[in-house]
Design a binder for this molecule. Sequence first.
Ligand code: GDP
Length: 138
Amino acid sequence: MERTLSIIKPDGVARGLAGEVIKRLEQNNFKIAAMKMLRMTKSQAKGFYAVHRKRPFFESLTDFMASGSIIVMILEGENALGRYRELMGATDYREAAEGTIRKDFATDIEKNIVHGSDGPETAAFEIGYFFNSFEITG
Ligand code: GDP
């Protein structure tokens, strides 16, 4: 069993795609172990994406992530990390495989609907960034 952090980004929530994303998670046998809606401050967005602080798109990405409500979830399941990355599709929607969330809905490399942890250490950091133990129903 693995855990990964999933975010429906501000564009996904604003465009009314939350239900569609959650439906795909349920259809693909992910267990949602925790979920909440919130809006990050710019400084919280910078902390979340600290690994990207030297990238040219850091300012724009963190502005975007703080621009509206997001839905944060902990997904649980066998190979949850890899399976959720597969369901999301490549970062750049133009390179994403058919049938993935980003291929089906994204229109921009930055505003790409969803986030998913890229490895076990990142997942542990990201889960701890948003949730305490009382919020994880397991
Ligand atoms: P992910 O793990 O697939 O989300 O991709 P990364 O960790 O490489 O990048 C984090 C997020 O930064 C992506 O999901 C995009 O929202 C954004 N991003 C990545 N590459 C670019 C880029 O070249 N330009 C811009 N504006 N945003 C980017």
